[in-house]
Design a protein around this ligand. Structure first.
Ligand SMILES: Cc1cc2nc3c(=O)[nH]c(=O)nc-3n(C[C@H](O)[C@H](O)[C@H](O)COP(=O)(O)OP(=O)(O)OC[C@H]3O[C@@H](n4cnc5c(N)ncnc54)[C@H](O)[C@@H]3O)c2cc1C
Length: 537
């Protein structure tokens, strides 16, 4: 797509200061995990590409910049972040991160990390960043604008605009999701440490039992030393959690996947995982939970959350009045003056704002839509692969690029149920399968540090790795086996292929609508880009 030597660093600067107009190959809106991984791989896979990166937050890191002070990655650091820079601390002699479930960065470490990555981007001279700035698009004139301040606007002429469509909102970024009376002390999870320190509260009510809710409960119990009897936990639906301890031995933890292919139904699979202590739930005596958002907890967390006796299961909270919480099927009383109510609710029943309609596509003419997880719960690797495909496949062949990106879309498949968790694994398998057929795909995948499976993270166990890959277990056959089982309707509780069966038609329909005029604009952009660069250099 780019012509070698089109842009030098001074070109970008001259354009910015002199005319308040910029030109670049990719305008990336969003400096969270998705945007940062995309930029990182574009820079390594395309040696001349230029990027303008914009975010409304004051620094890179996306929602991590708004996270609660005690948040940590719930997965290991070695597969999070960008491919070109380590995040983990447990390194081997060659500086490679070792797979270690306990090596998990804190929220502030993640934010510092992304700042360093951003500094490296800018130092390359190929990336210009705008923080605390809003992106706007004028559909009538097709103008992309970065609004730095009311009087400082920069128009950007770009080959492609890359936006992040995942829409993640953490409690500190929004108003309460339900009406709350002003006399009630209802705070985002971020405020737990300062509120406890104030000494004003005798009782605590936590709303939500996803990762954030569990973090709130364990922080109150283990860090703030609050007695379990002082805590009430409002749970709208019971959920499954992964048990981190079972992932300690990476190769053993892969048995999780092989068991999935041998189970008769997803339900049978989940009950087997529970028996094997791979998955857990708050109360094993209660009915089988129909929700799995893939939060990961460890055995200490499990003991802690099970110590809470005041668990309220009356559906979702609907409103909070002075001294009364109204829920879907009942209400509970509390004393406003000495009770802290802690907001860990999620906007909808989706997973962290990952909602994409059934015809959603990643590659469109002049546009790339990031956000969908095309690999299993890995936003970093997903965006890196998308950037790789952008560079590896013919620039105009969006159909081929989209053909390598499998992810759950449509309301039915985004509901965080155990069946849809299997759907995520199925999508991951399909993406891997397609990626291996792209020239350089296998090499890219195996060398990506954000791929937890990459040999660089398992050198200590290299012989075991080879054995697992090529020995009798032949785990590399797993993706195909699982896909075959889904496609042959081999699970008693799945009668579809998660929308993959109807994907082609919907995608083509959407692509056709969007591509009108795009090819002409693209040719025009390329011509003007070469002329501008030549005249300024
Ligand atoms: C508490 C919590 C913990 C999590 N832990 C993990 C974990 O351990 N592992 C894991 O894999 N995932 C985890 N996740 C999932 C998490 O969502 C992803 O890891 C990832 O951070 C999402 O990044 P993103 O870039 O898609 O979105 P975001 O972080 O939301 O970034 C999007 C960015 O786009 C910017 N933006 C959007 N529109 C505009 C505009 N018009 N103009 C300017 N800027 C704009 C926003 O300001 C934002 O910075 C966690 C999520 C939460 C909520």
């Amino acid at each position: 797509m780019t012509k070698k030597g089109d842009f030098g660093d001074d070109v970008v600067t001259k354009l910015a200061t002199a005319t308040k107009q910029l030109q670049c190959d990719y305008l990336v809106v969003g400096a969270g995990t998705a945007g940062m991984s995309f930029v990182d791989t574009i820079l390594t896979e395309n040696s001349t590409a230029t990027v303008v990166l914009v975010d409304r937050f004051s620094r890179p890191g996306g929602h991590w910049t708004k996270a609660y002070p005690f948040v940590k990655l719930h997965q290991y650091s070695c597969s999070y972040g960008v491919n070109s820079r380590c995040l983990g601390k447990n390194l081997d002699g060659k500086g490679n991160e070792i797979y270690d479930i306990n090596d998990r960065a804190t929220g502030s470490e993640v934010v510092e990390y992304y700042q360093e990555v951003c500094n490296t981007f800018e130092a390359s001279g190929r990336v210009k960043c705008f923080f605390g700035a809003e992106y706007e698009f004028d559909e009538e004139t097709s103008t992309h604008t970065i609004v730095v301040t009311a009087t400082n606007r920069v128009d950007v002429k770009c080959g492609k605009v890359v936006t992040v469509k995942s829409g993640i909102t953490v409690p500190s970024m929004r108003e309460p999701l339900i009406p709350v009376h002003e006399s009630v002390n209802f705070v985002p999870v971020n405020d737990i440490p300062s509120s406890v320190k104030s000494g004003r509260y005798q009782k605590y009510i936590v709303f939500g039992n996803g990762k954030t809710g569990v973090d709130a409960i364990t922080n109150l119990l283990l860090d703030q030393r609050i007695d379990p009897s002082q805590i009430t936990w409002v749970i709208s639906r019971d959920v499954w959690y992964f048990l981190r301890d079972s992932m300690e031995d990476y190769f053993k933890s892969l048995i999780f996947f092989t068991k999935m292919t041998s189970a008769k139904s997803v339900k049978e699979g989940f009950l087997t995982y529970e028996a094997d202590e791979v998955m857990v739930r708050l109360d094993p005596k209660r009915p089988y939970p129909e929700v799995c958002k893939a939060a990961i907890i460890d055995s200490n967390d499990l003991v802690a959350i099970r110590s809470i006796q005041n668990v309220v299961r009356m559906g979702r909270a609907m409103s909070i009045e002075p001294n009364k919480i109204v829920l879907n099927s009942g209400s509970i009383e509390f004393s406003s003056h000495d009770t802290l109510l802690i907001d860990c609710m999620v906007e909808s029943d989706g997973v962290y704002g990952y909602t994409f309609d059934e015809s959603f596509t990643i590659f469109e003419p002049e546009r790339i839509n990031l956000g969908p997880l095309i690999t299993l719960f890995n936003p970093s690797l997903s965006s890196a692969i998308i950037a790789f495909l952008e560079c590896a496949i013919d620039e105009n062949d969006d159909e081929a690029k989209n053909g390598c990106c499998f992810f759950l879309r449509g309301k039915e498949f985004l509901d965080p149920s155990p069946v849809n968790l299997l759907g995520s694994v199925y999508m991951d398998s399909k993406t891997n399968d397609a990626l291996m057929k792209v020239k350089g795909g296998m090499k890219f995948f195996m060398k990506s540090r954000t791929n937890e499976f990459a040999p660089m993270h398992h050198k200590r166990f290299y012989r075991q790795f080879l054995w697992t890959m090529y020995g009798p277990k032949q785990l590399h056959k797993f993706p195909k086996a699982l896909a075959k089982k889904v496609e042959s309707k081999g699970y008693e509780d799945i009668d579809h292929c998660f929308g993959v069966e109807t994907l082609g038609a919907k995608t083509r329909e959407r692509q056709a609508k969007k591509s009108i005029g795009a090819a002409a604009r693209w040719t025009c952009f390329r011509r003007s880009r070469v002329e501008t660069a030549t005249s300024l250099s």
